[in-house]
Ligand binder design. Structure first.
Ligand code: GCU
Length: 672
């Protein structure tokens, strides 16, 4: 039954010849020394995985023999540490979480070795080995993560609704916890560990005071107990005014000794129940959330106060830079500038266990945004925040593989140092806003599982290529048959650009339906705050279209490195995909294609629609090769996507024509 519950850990039987070669690599499974919860998880996964792939899993054995699959750390197999070991230096370089896979000789026997410095490394190595088998790939030589913090952020509320969630309810069943621990928690842990995700924030950034009360701490502790063997730490999102709202202090001022003492006590209480608790993420003074500025204190004052409470326990604070002023202040200021304006001056003032968590772009998880100017601008450790759930990219209805977006952002050149420095190089951690819910397929659609997968793989390795990751996922999810994998990868690689084209081509942004952010609404201009209105962002009129962020406009460009600002201040040297993000241009502006801006814009909308139709057709052609259930479920979504694309195309063309007053060029169909 292909309901998608197994995600990429399906372990369907390999063909006979592949089975024979895997059998030869794993006639027995040997783990020297005693099993721990983490190595037990690895052994269980091998039983499950090989049981499925081969039909029968090899028995665990105690003695190393020819053909053994050997899981070993230097502590378990001291010879790995001996000067004579050819692997010693390589292993030492892999750190606590890395692993190596090798066909080698140990104690005179030919073995397949999964080696690591720690049990969690062995678990990661086990998943890598199973992945290599599942995709038919060669053994990965060795791998270690570059970033220590690789987190999911759940925007899950305590009533089990999920903010911007399109895949059912929250998987955290707060009512049943802590006594009842759903099997899903274990399967969630397996899926994340298979990617190397090692932390999870359980609750929404728009948090509630109750989260930090004893009953909820006990519930979080029960989840932490399930996730711990899989190397995953639990974190919570803390509401700034918690002590005040719980009526346990008279203020939430971070400089008040009463408040500081409360948070210290609270941290001590949490660590008593969750000894390896990770720390807090905080959304403060943003979109109506309370924060230190309510007391005329800075983000640094606020973050440092929490950091002081967590430091004795080695906890961290992830303080979000997604801020824009509450009603009444900064109105009229370009919202894209505010995160930088508030955080850059505080650089150097944050405690060592504080990270600033920055969304990939300066507005809000748009289908395409230039990277946030804070990347490369701070000495303070910075975390990337990607959104895996597709708030602005068609929910779990439209197909949009985000691997290409992650790669585009991670590889963007911040131009902050000679020779260029990519966004990836500026990071100390990475977080992804989860798309996980109670749907059988977890993510709302089969293809949205790929976005969770791609986030995890790229959190482990920022140099991973979106295309390779897509190929891996497709093989694990639909079977390692090139007749299936190649066309699916092609669809995935086209999908996000397709969405950009029918929603927000050429650097347009934030023109979605108000509130829900689904569907087009470029005409909206009557919201409470000007910077919520789509018209504020596209600025289309008789004279042209686009947001001038050069020195003649909001000058947001000045927040970037000088070389970047120079290149992007001239429309001629601005990549066209960001043209209307940085420039307001006349409709007859000449594009590189030779077309006018007006004609080019229309051509992008038309291409988006044509490509949405093509995605559907490509899927239909795969029907004989895909199981009926998953075929149908995706076909229905792709049909909806064609309708969404048509709506976007027609609505945007009709609206922009109403403001430009220009005729449609020959060949462009009038909107219905
Ligand atoms: C967006 C999103 C909100 C979310 C916010 C945030 O504005 O629409 O639902 O709370 O981002 O990241 O804090």
């Amino acid at each position: 039954n292909e309901d998608g519950y197994d995600l990429w850990l399906r372990y369907r039987p390999l063909d006979k010849s592949a089975q024979a070669s895997v059998q030869a690599q794993a006639r027995s499974i040997v783990l020297p020394g005693a099993a721990t919860p983490t190595t037990q998880a690895a052994l269980d996964e091998l039983q499950k995985g090989l049981g499925g792939l081969l039909g029968r899993a090899p028995a665990p054995a105690t003695r190393i023999a020819d053909g053994a699959l050997l899981l070993a750390t230097p502590a378990r197999l001291p010879e790995l540490n001996s000067n004579a070991s050819p692997l010693r230096a390589e292993l030492a370089a892999l750190g606590n979480e890395g692993y190596l896979l090798r066909q080698t000789r140990v104690q005179g026997y030919n073995v397949t070795l999964i080696a690591a410095n720690s049990d969690i490394g062995l678990l990661y190595g086990t998943y890598a080995w199973l992945r290599d088998i599942g995709t038919g790939a060669k053994l990965e030589a060795s791998s270690a993560p570059t970033l220590q913090l690789r987190l999911l952020n759940h925007w899950d509320n305590l009533n089990r609704t999920v903010e911007r969630g399109y895949s059912g309810q929250s998987i955290w069943d707060w009512w049943a916890l802590p006594d009842i621990k759903d099997q899903r928690y274990t399967d969630y842990a397996r899926a994340n560990a298979s990617l190397g995700i090692n932390g999870t924030v359980l609750n929404n950034v728009n948090s509630k005071p109750e989260v930090l009360t004893a009953p909820f701490i006990a519930k979080a502790a029960a989840i932490a107990d399930v996730l711990r063997p899989y190397g995953i730490k639990v974190y919570l999102s803390a509401r700034w005014s918690t002590p005040l709202e719980l009526k346990e202090t008279s203020t939430a001022d971070p400089l008040s000794p009463e408040v500081q003492a409360w948070w210290k006590r609270k941290a001590d209480e949490i660590y008593k129940t969750i000894p390896d608790f990770g720390g807090f993420v905080v959304k403060a003074n943003s979109e109506g959330q309370p924060g230190p500025q309510d007391y005329h204190r800075t983000h640094a004052d606020g973050a440092n106060m929490l950091a002081a409470a967590l430091a004795p326990h080695k906890g961290i604070v992830m303080w979000r830079a997604f801020v824009y002023a509450p009603k009444g202040t900064h109105i009229g200021e370009d919202r894209a500038k505010q995160g930088f304006d508030e955080f850059k001056p505080l650089d150097g003032q944050f405690a060592p266990n504080v990270l600033v968590q920055v969304k990939n772009g300066a507005i809000d998880f748009q289908p395409r945004e230039p990277f946030h100017p804070l990347f490369g601008a701070l000495k303070t450790p910075v975390m990337m925040e990607f959104q895996i759930t597709k708030e602005y990219l068609g929910f779990s209805t439209d197909m949009a593989y985000l691997g290409t977006m992650f790669e585009e952002t991670l590889q963007a050149d911040t131009m902050t140092a000679a020779g260029g420095r990519t966004v990836a190089k500026t990071l100390s951690g990475i977080a992804g806003v989860s798309n996980i819910g109670t749907d059988r397929n977890w993510a709302g659609s089969h293809f949205d599982q790929a976005n969770w997968y791609a986030f995890g793989r790229m959190a482990w390795n920022q140099q991973a290529k979106a295309k390779d990751v897509a190929a891996e996922w497709a093989a694990l999810t639909f079977g390692a048959d090139q007749r299936v994998v190649a066309p699916i990868v092609k669809m995935m690689m086209e999908s996000r650009e397709t969405v950009v084209n029918y929603m927000t081509p050429l650097g347009l942004h934030h023109i979605m339906g108000t509130g829900h952010h689904h569907g087009p609404a470029p005409w909206v201009d009557n919201l409470e705050r000007p910077d919520w209105n789509p018209v504020y962002y596209h600025r289309a009129g008789r004279d042209g279209i686009g947001f001038d962020r050069t020195a003649k406009g909001s000058n947001a460009l000045a927040q970037y490195a000088p070389e970047f600002a120079r290149q992007y201040s001239d429309p001629k040297t601005t990549p066209e995909q960001f043209l209307l993000w940085f420039h307001h241009l006349p409709w007859d502006y000449k594009m590189r294609s030779g077309r006018t801006l007006w004609a080019e814009l229309l051509a992008h909308y038309d291409k988006g629609l044509a490509d949405a139709r093509s995605l559907h057709d490509q899927w239909v052609a795969l029907k004989p090769l895909i199981d009926a259930r998953r075929y149908t479920e995706e076909e229905q979504r792709l049909t909806r996507q064609m309708a969404n694309a048509l709506l976007w195309r027609d609505a945007c063309i009709a609206y922009f024509q109403s403001v430009s007053g220009l005729p449609l060029p020959a060949g462009v169909k009038a909107p219905a």
